[in-house]
Write a protein that binds this ligand. Structure first.
Ligand code: SF4
Length: 292
């Protein structure tokens, strides 16, 4: 099997077998995201997918986890996706779960019943970047959905019995938008109560000028370490979640922590406060190690 590179997957899918059912991202317009900008979106044919699945079933017959790439397998028509899932289930008898990314725009067209059909075929976790709950920011970054559309789509996933892993992108609103980004994001996440929640921190690299001037209108100032920790504090203090696995271990973050919300909320806030006071510097990731 050959992959059409680059290939992305969530860190928690490190041990999963990956099949590309689409190439690229069907939406591909989010202005902060460069993942699939070099790829033209296409749906892979059943013959191509069948060839990969049969080949890998010979090599790894005991596979338990499969991730469907690229950017958004849910862009596929439900009937076609069901054909693919049936094919996979048939070839991997030990399979426990299938997962994929999900974009909010493709959830517009999926009904709860569609998602239940996927769940019945071992689709188990969908990974969705909320990025922010702030509507002005969502519009600026061209996420393609409002905060209430994102809440509706995510609730559809959970109501269908699938597990949902979400991402909030710290620093997206810069220094001026930091407070409203944190507070609106907490409001939206509370309205969803996902099973998994991760924070990443915006790192723009060569896109910094474009983001600062064209997208944010010239007055954009990137958050520094302290502001990023403050934003995380503002966000976490408002979270009111049940049984949500929370983590900031991604390499872009300054403070890698994890825990269960709400159980570990007080402890998580204590750690953030320590970092804000300049205590426990051993907890913090040095600037040079971010993104590695
Ligand atoms: S939907 Fe996801 S993969 Fe596609 S452009 Fe937006 S962030 Fe990137």
């Amino acid at each position: 099997m050959k992959y059409d590179m680059p290939l992305f997957r969530p860190p928690s899918e490190a041990n999963s077998l990956i099949f590309q059912v689409t190439i690229g991202c069907s939406y591909n317009k989010c202005l902060f995201c460069a993942m699939y900008k070099g790829k033209r979106f296409r749906v892979r044919s059943l013959e191509e997918i069948e060839r990969d699945v049969s080949e890998m079933a010979e090599v790894y017959p005991a596979t338990e986890r499969i991730f469907l790439a690229d950017g958004d397998a849910l862009a596929l028509d439900t009937k076609y996706l069901i054909q693919i899932l049936d094919l996979i289930i048939d070839k991997f008898p030990s399979l426990e779960r299938i997962s994929s990314y999900a974009g909010p725009t493709n959830l517009f067209t999926k009904t709860k019943e569609d998602l239940k059909e996927l769940k019945a075929r071992k689709m188990d976790i969908l990974y969705l970047g909320i990025e922010t709950g702030n509507d002005d920011l969502l519009k600026r970054i061209r996420k393609g959905a409002t905060s209430s559309q994102i809440v509706d789509g995510c609730n559809k996933i959970i109501d269908a019995g699938l597990r949902l892993s979400t991402i909030i992108l710290l620093g997206l609103g810069g220094v001026d938008g930091s407070f409203s980004h944190a507070k609106d994001s907490a409001r939206v996440v509370n309205a969803i109560n996902p099973q998994f929640l991760a924070c990443l921190t915006l790192m723009l690299g060569p896109f910094a000028k474009t983001y600062e001037k064209k997208i944010m209108g010239g007055n954009f100032k990137m958050v520094d370490k302290r502001q990023s920790l403050q934003e995380l504090r503002w966000f976490v203090e408002d979270l009111d979640l049940k049984d949500c696995v929370f983590g900031t271990q991604h390499a872009s973050n300054y403070l890698p922590i994890n825990g269960n919300l709400s159980e570990d909320k007080d402890h998580i806030l204590e750690l953030i406060d320590m970092a804000l006071k300049g205590e426990g510097s051993a907890l913090l990731r040095p600037e040079w190690a971010r993104g590695l």
